[in-house]
Design a binder for this molecule. Structure first.
Ligand SMILES: CC(C)(COP(=O)(O)OP(=O)(O)OC[C@H]1O[C@@H](n2cnc3c(N)ncnc32)[C@H](O)[C@@H]1OP(=O)(O)O)[C@@H](O)C(=O)NCCC(=O)NCCS
Length: 245
């Protein structure tokens, strides 16, 4: 069963408490843009755009889909996730009427993965976007399996298909099967700039030399300036558009 937090505000905490699998990219918490659209704020401003899938046996959320609304600005930005987070916050501050939903996250409880729940959540998001009067749903998709090949350019990764023509990547394939259209790579979608002390905490790695470091869970390289005391990760994502309704 699918609900939004507008329908079931009592489920906000349980919905946000759905964990990521162990070993997931902790360093993404260092994204500054993500602070603008933190969970509680989205739940307060746009509860109708936070979708929860409930386990009918216990009425508890097992998956979530989180969207923010914004006014389209012509084309999908190269600075994908980060830029839309800023646009959504700007539009809310400026009281601009949105026309597009952007999904920031879809997560399925680790104990409930591999059962097609993400497709159900996607469908719930399309219908929630339509009910909100938004004409489009776009997603800066983060294919987690890309972390296995962090040196491969995202454009090459996206181009890999199976014999049936569907994307080789399972998460992109799920989107395409659900009717999504791969639009473009967002080459600098999510940026984490942080002091080396943060990177050491997140990864357990020494970060003691200038250059490139490959970190578990990252889709590309992390650039380190040991001499200046910081490292920067710029994550590529993939813009996918879905019909609403
Ligand atoms: C990515 C995620 C949302 C997929 O949700 P899900 O409900 O488990 O996915 P599905 O059951 O619909 O499976 C999708 C595809 O992945 C495959 N798959 C599922 N779990 C898998 C695993 N552990 N390893 C490899 N393939 C797997 C499925 O077989 C399916 O492919 P197929 O249709 O060709 O058989 C889920 O793994 C998740 O929450 N991950 C953590 C959060 C995240 O990374 N979200 C995406 C970025 S926002």
């Amino acid at each position: 069963m699918l609900v939004t937090l507008a329908e079931r505000p009592d489920l906000a905490s349980a919905t946000y408490a759905i964990p990521y699998p162990p070993g997931s990219a902790k360093f993404m918490a260092g994204s500054l843009a993500s602070l603008l659209v933190r969970g509680r704020r989205v739940a307060r401003l746009w509860p109708h755009l936070v979708v929860a899938m409930l386990d009918p046996a216990c009425d508890r959320p097992v998956a979530r889909g989180i969207m923010v609304p914004f006014r389209g600005r012509g084309s999908l930005p190269a600075r994908g996730w980060d830029e839309v987070a800023v646009w959504a916050a700007e539009d809310a501050l400026d009281e601009v009427t949105p026309d597009t939903a952007c999904a920031l996250e879809i997560a399925v409880h680790p104990e409930h993965q591999g059962r097609g729940h993400s497709r159900t959540v996607l469908e719930g998001m399309r219908s929630a976007a339509a009910s909100a009067g938004l004409g489009a749903l776009v997603i800066p998709v983060r294919p987690p399996d890309k972390a296995a090949v962090p040196s491969m350019p995202m454009s090459d990764y996206v181009a890999e298909t199976r014999a049936d023509g569907l994307p080789a990547d399972r998460w992109l394939r799920t989107h395409v099967r659900a009717g999504g259209r791969v639009e473009a790579v967002a080459p600098c979608s999510a940026t984490v700039q942080a002091p080396l002390s943060d990177w050491r905490l997140w990864t357990g790695l020494p970060f003691d030399r200038d250059g490139v470091v490959f970190v578990a869970g990252a889709l590309g390289p992390v650039f380190v300036s040991a001499s200046e005391g910081f490292a920067v990760y710029v994550e590529p994502n993939v813009w996918v558009s879905h019909r609403v309704g």
